[in-house]
Design a binder for this molecule. Structure first.
Ligand code: ATP
Ligand code: MG
Length: 418
């Protein structure tokens, strides 16, 4: 128990963290290019924030939250996602007073009490972006283009972008009635969850994963056919913006985010692999959310993607990530007395920005070189009495097996390392 991580969590080990760092670097780079700045919010928030912000008819809030009372008897929840905290912060700090739009991103850990399986954990990581203060369809398209561009840069293949419009509360009210009418005669066949959804939020039945419900909704009226002119125009413009950025998309009328504050554009990006066909990114517009959480009316949109699923997809697609964390040089030494010189030299080399290590275990010089090989360093050099006395050393290129004799000074060594 003591030496086992809790169920559904995992360690990112030192030999693997370079993959995370690479993706995180690409994320930070692309956000900078888009003028999106990072926000960092607490790991826990008041439970009510998620009940309202994620919605209390969602699986996340109904079943998956890590909620507890703290010692001051407040109900606290570990964040299951990033939007609610970002919106809370936007309101709390009066960011609506800043020149708009406000563009922010987060790279965070999230917590959901789920049944662990491949790509589904209790602690996982999300990268998400939120745009506040703009209604323009250009914003929806730009926001969608960000993860699309990121995935392309990371080398992902077989991606599909599906978009839909779920209209506004106005068009949806009429639609919900139509949908209830359609479902009425099949009500008894719906799964228990969907029976519950029938009154509270019928649109979410379209999203049900049960095969019976899927069959029932197959011929249901589609919201996209019923949206009002304003929502229709917005959707047409989003499509035009995507097209002008050469981003291919399909319309999937079954994508829903059945909550009142979700409006207009919704989208998902899926990656089709040999063994899986999963959603790796999802998002949309939520013009009602800021108001729902106690701010004024501020239109907004955003997306979130799962980092673990991204890494899994890259692995499945055979995309190699270069390990840039490797040391460049190993400094070996012969004899205990030369250990001091080795330490002085690596210290000077590090000051010059060289990634270098030395023996820490009192190994023989042969064992030191064997270890250097295991580390995969590109260069090595050995300090013996002669080298130190003559101030000359042989820098060995480990890949090519070529040795070059150079002056034994940190500066010269650094200059010869490429
Ligand atoms: P799913 O339908 O797979 O449960 P979701 O609709 O709950 O996904 P969102 O809440 O939209 O997912 O979260 C955005 C992204 O976060 C998902 O596309 C996925 O990549 C990732 N994600 C969600 N839940 C988990 C989890 N338990 N473990 C790992 N990644 C997750
Ligand atoms: Mg889920």
């Amino acid at each position: 128990m003591l030496t086992k991580a809790p169920k559904g969590t995992m360690d990112i080990l030192p030999q693997n963290s370079y993959k995370w760092q690479y993706i995180e670097e690409e994320i930070r780079k692309i956000c900078k290019e888009f003028g999106v700045k990072e926000i960092r919010t607490p790991v826990f928030e008041h439970t009510e924030l998620f009940q309202r912000g994620v919605g209390d008819t969602t699986d996340v809030v109904e079943k998956e939250m890590y909620t507890f009372n703290d010692k001051g008897d407040r109900s606290i929840t570990l964040r299951p996602e990033g939007t609610a905290g970002a919106v809370r912060s936007f309101i709390e700090h009066g960011m609506f007073n800043d020149p708009q739009p406000t563009k922010m991103y987060y790279l965070i850990s999230c917590y959901r009490y789920e049944k662990p399986q491949a790509g589904r954990y209790r602690e996982f990581h999300q990268f998400g972006v939120e745009y506040f203060g703009t209604q323009s369809p250009a914003t929806d398209a730009e926001m969608i283009s960000l993860p699309w561009m990121l995935y392309k840069r990371l080398g992902l293949k077989n991606l599909t972008l599906n978009i839909n419009s779920i209209g506004c509360p106005k068009c949806r009210k009429e639609y919900n009635e139509k949908l209830r009418d359609y479902l009425k005669s099949r009500y008894d066949d719906l799964c228990e969850t969907c029976k519950n959804r029938y009154d509270r939020n019928p649109m979410r039945i379209l999203d049900c994963k049960s095969s019976v419900c899927k069959g029932i909704v197959k011929d249901a009226p589609l919201l996209i056919d019923c949206i009002c002119d304003e929502c229709k125009d917005h959707f047409e413009a989003v499509k035009k913006y995507l097209t002008c950025m050469d981003i291919p998309f399909s319309i999937d009328p079954l994508i829903v985010r059945g909550l009142d504050y979700y409006t207009k554009t919704v989208f998902e990006i899926t990656a089709k692999n040999e063994n899986s066909n999963g959603t790796i990114c999802g998002g949309g517009r939520y013009d009602g959310l800021v108001e729902e959480l106690g701010g004024g009316y501020v239109p907004a949109c955003g997306f979130a993607l799962g980092m673990e699923r991204l890494l899994l997809t890259m692995e499945e697609q055979g995309i190699e990530i270069e390990n840039k964390q490797k040391l460049q040089l190993y400094v070996g030494h012969i004899g205990d007395e030369n250990s001091f010189y080795a330490q002085k030299l690596v210290s000077e080399l590090r000051e010059l920005g060289i990634c270098v290590d030395r023996d820490h275990l009192g190994r023989s010089v042969k064992a030191q070189m064997k270890y250097a090989n295991k580390l995969g360093v590109k260069y090595s050099l050995i300090l013996g009495d002669d080298e130190i006395a003559q101030k000359r050393a042989k820098l060995k290129n480990m890949d090519e097996g070529i040795e070059t004799e150079i002056e034994l000074s940190a500066k010269t060594i650094a200059e010869n390392i490429i």
